[in-house]
Design a protein around this ligand. Structure first.
Ligand SMILES: [Zn+2]
Ligand SMILES: [Zn+2]
Length: 289
């Protein structure tokens, strides 16, 4: 099957490198590359410094029993300075992928961090209001996620999202990675936690089958959440990538449906939010005011 998916907003091609080159926008630039499902590489430039972050890295063809459509992702994740891990479900926490990233901090809930350290991975648990400085001007903290519908007996069941706050040269850029979550009232306070508006939300809109289980957002709920949190732009994730083995009986086109629907729902329900529907491997540079 082809991994290609129409883009509702222009993607700007292949990912750039995380090191070297000219800084733009007064030396602050945040460029993101969606590698499928919830894996997003954030290339942050602050002056001459390049910092790379990656969310929920799935870097191989399989994630447990789940299969990836298309080839393995491009290796633009190499050289990441930190990992942002939302929870330990198999479609987010894949120990083999985490080891491919080398000994970098994996920023997550304390319970999940302990589980990682027991597997030789550098889990770094963050407290409720703790900001972790990845590099000067580049800080990460956890935010809540409500995702308790599918508890696992052999892995921790904590769940969180992340805020990435980049401050440089008097400008600020905020990225909100929601992780897996249902809507909750305190989402309206996300910008308050960041101390600045959310420039882009990485928002889950689907799953790895045509039906969503509880504890997830569909395209409509995701658009509503982006509106309530005041996100200026949103990249849909958690769609279009993974499927169960087999699956020939599933309705044709289901893998592409959620991302495209998110673009439509956002136009209707979140007029202040720009949907940026990327193909797998597509990149976009966040406009910083
Ligand atoms: Zn999950
Ligand atoms: Zn998931």
């Amino acid at each position: 099957m082809s991994p290609g998916t129409p883009a509702a907003a222009p993607a700007d091609g292949a990912a750039g490198g995380g090191a070297g080159g000219e800084g733009g926008h007064d030396g602050l630039e945040v460029r993101l590359t969606w590698l499928g499902h919830s894996t997003v590489v954030l290339d942050v430039r602050t002056g001459a410094r390049a910092t790379r972050l990656v969310t929920d890295p799935l870097l191989r063809r399989h994630a447990g029993l789940l299969r990836r459509r298309g080839g393995i992702p491009a290796d633009v994740w190499r050289g990441s300075d930190a990992v942002l891990l939302s929870h330990a479900h198999h479609d987010h926490a894949e120990p083999a992928s985490l080891r491919m990233l080398g000994p970098v901090p994996v920023l997550t809930a304390p319970e999940t961090a302990r589980w990682l350290r027991g597997r030789g991975i550098e889990g770094r648990g963050l407290g409720d209001d703790e900001w972790f400085e990845v590099a000067p001007g580049v800080d990460v903290r956890l935010v809540p996620a409500v995702h308790g519908d599918r508890p696992m007996p052999h892995r921790p069941n904590a769940a969180n999202g992340h805020l990435v706050r980049v401050r440089w040269g008097g400008r600020t850029c905020v990225v909100w990675a929601l992780g897996d979550t249902e809507a909750y009232a305190a989402m309206r306070e996300t910008a308050g936690l960041a101390g600045a508006p959310v420039d882009v939300a990485l928002v889950p809109v689907g799953g790895w089958g045509p039906r969503l289980s509880g504890g997830h957002l569909g395209p409509r709920e995701a658009a509503q959440v982006c509106s309530e949190a005041g996100a200026r732009a949103a990249v849909p994730v958690h769609w279009g990538t993974l499927h169960a083995p087999g699956g020939r009986w599933l309705p044709p086109g289901w893998m592409d449906a959620a991302g495209l629907a998110f673009g439509v729902e956002t136009a209707a329900r979140a007029p202040g939010c720009r949907p940026v529907v990327l193909p797998v491997g597509g990149s976009w540079t966040v406009p910083v005011a």
